[in-house]
Design a protein around this ligand. Structure first.
Ligand code: F6P
Length: 326
């Protein structure tokens, strides 16, 4: 296996706070270890369009505190085709890049895996998504910041919910995963979280009402994970209007607000550790893995495992939420 001399780094898919901290860590760790670095703009699309520039330590100064990604990001349709990936490979070789570091979520790491296998290129993934839905890592970069954003937003909505004695459904992101909704509910003292992992098993809305929901309260806040399976906040509010008209219901969809902002200390630390770990893994000869954390240790997770769709939520948290909502 030829030694790696030059790494390309890109961010792909939905941006997440802390991606910049990861770009900084990868760049600095690579240079520290004697490697050259190329920044690839606009994700895989940028690789196809040849948007590649040399990166020095100064390129990543003063970015650890910034949300978004200085490398920009995209969801590339062309990279889904073999022709697109061939073009990306040719540009990569022409730019002298012999390994790739990909920061992104499940779609991005799936693309990275296919590319790595097809062209025999060393690729290391770094989990960057607010959804926390990558299997094998306890946390993904951006998740903690998004949770804190949700908590602050819900605190504000609570003021008006309680003044008007209303029921609020607040929809949060997560792309079919309930981590943001469940932990956001716990952090903000919400009454319940309606999440896709459970929605297939029980009618969570009916269960809530039957269990004496709002017996001792005038206002209520329920966090809902965006998903066809949960029906989303709008779908649930429609049901309430028809099935439980005694409630004065309102909906807030937090949307892309959740993806912005300066990363929390936890996200900056996670991004710094994983960025450095990605370069160390590459130098150790690791290929086609995602670096992650488990029990506060950095671990390597094969791509195929990381993108499994069934990362489990902690059911104990659901019970805690239920107990605390009396
Ligand atoms: O994967 C991150 C995420 O923010 C999801 O939670 C959400 O479903 C999706 O991206 C939204 O994507 P877009 O920004 O392309 O609308």
């Amino acid at each position: 296996m030829a030694a790696v001399k030059c790494v390309g780094i890109l961010t792909s898919g939905g941006d997440a706070p802390g991606m910049n901290a990861a770009i900084r860590a990868v760049t600095r760790s690579a240079i520290y270890n004697g490697l050259e670095v190329r920044g690839i703009y606009r994700g895989f699309r940028g690789l196809i369009d040849n948007e590649i520039a040399p990166f020095k330590t100064q390129n990543v100064s003063n970015i650890i505190q910034q949300g978004g990604t200085i490398l920009k990001t995209a969801r590339s349709k062309e990279f889904l085709t073999a022709e697109g990936r061939q073009k990306a490979y040719e540009n990569m070789v022409a730019a002298g890049i012999d390994a790739l570091i990909v920061i992104g979520g499940d779609g991005s790491l799936t693309g990275a895996r296919i590319f790595a296998e097809e062209h025999n290129v060393p690729v290391i993934g770094i989990p960057g998504t607010i959804d926390n839905d990558l299997y094998g890592t306890d946390l993904t970069i951006g998740y903690d910041t998004a949770l804190n954003t949700i908590m602050e937003a819900v605190d504000k909505i609570r003021d008006t919910a309680s003044s008007h004695e209303r029921l609020f459904f607040i929809e949060v992101m997560g792309r079919n995963a309930g981590f943001l909704a469940l932990n956001g509910a716990l952090a903000s003292g919400a009454e319940a979280a309606i999440i896709p992992e459970v929605a297939t098993e029980v009618d969570q809305l009916a269960e809530l009402v039957q269990n004496g929901f709002r017996k001792s309260k005038n206002s209520s806040i329920v966090l809902v994970a965006e998903s066809e399976i949960t029906g989303g906040a709008m779908g649930l509010a429609d049901r309430v209007k028809h099935e439980y008209p005694q409630y004065d219901v309102r909906v807030t969809i937090l949307g892309h607000l959740q993806r912005g902002g300066s990363p929390t200390a936890n996200d900056r630390i996670l991004a710094s550790r994983l960025g450095n770990a990605a370069i160390e893994a590459l130098l150790e000869g690791q290929r086609n893995i995602m670096v992650g954390v488990h029990d506060d240790e950095v671990i390597n997770v094969p791509f195929v495992k990381a993108v499994r769709k069934d990362k489990p939520i902690n059911r104990e948290l659901l019970n805690t939420l239920r107990v605390l909502s009396i």
